[in-house]
Design a protein around this ligand. Sequence first.
Ligand SMILES: [Zn+2]
Length: 263
Amino acid sequence: MIKKEYQCFRCGYKSKKSNVQNHFKRATICKREITCSYTDEEIKILNERQFIKEDYKKIKNGNIAEIINIETQNQTINNIQNQNNITNNITINIDKIVGFNDEWNIEGMSEKHRTNLLITNVMYTQLLTIILENEFNKNVIIQNKESTHGLIFKKINNEKQYQEISIDEIIHESMIKLHKQLFTIYDSHLSTNDNYNNDKSFDEHVLKQKNLTSQKFDEFLNDKKIKNNVKDVIQKIYIENKDDAILNQKIIMKNKDNFENGY
Ligand SMILES: [Zn+2]
């Protein structure tokens, strides 16, 4: 008789039942493997359900979606609907997903958000929060606050791929991009002839805002304590957006499969 093989749907670890069950009892959470495109909730379901005989068969036959869909029907119906909608429009949407190696898309940002950014002194976190309201900008997956590495979605020419890089690198690159985009927003305000421009004191405020933004960026680069604070805040924002980022990963992986199968 062939021994049944079980697995961890997060890290990909495969072994016999007792080993896999021990793996789940570990105090520290294992690392998401690069090809894993399940949300935490889906991982939990699959990790548990594989020990049920009928479900084990379904999983081995590749009917994973069936198990996830049944279990999550009530809790995350919106997610699944979203997923289906997005999957239907796969060819349109997949190209809209921004690579982390490119700038985030801020074209559709509301006037209200833009104005807020001219005023707030937490401009970096506020801009990132606004950016991640756009589903196509969600290109970073960070598991939790203990993670030392995360996944980024990368686009080079037509090649679309996920890559594992250190959290430090993710935060550093994010800050560079945010800094640049904040300046674009300030400069765009200063060069536009709208009502605000009659108000010279507001322009002066925006100039001060530019200085403050640069000052904060320098502090981030040079002050270790500030760097760590920034890291915590930004990491937290990415973690909050993790499930949607995984949804994008699912779509990209699915599209890749279709492509590789010649559809
Ligand atoms: Zn694992």
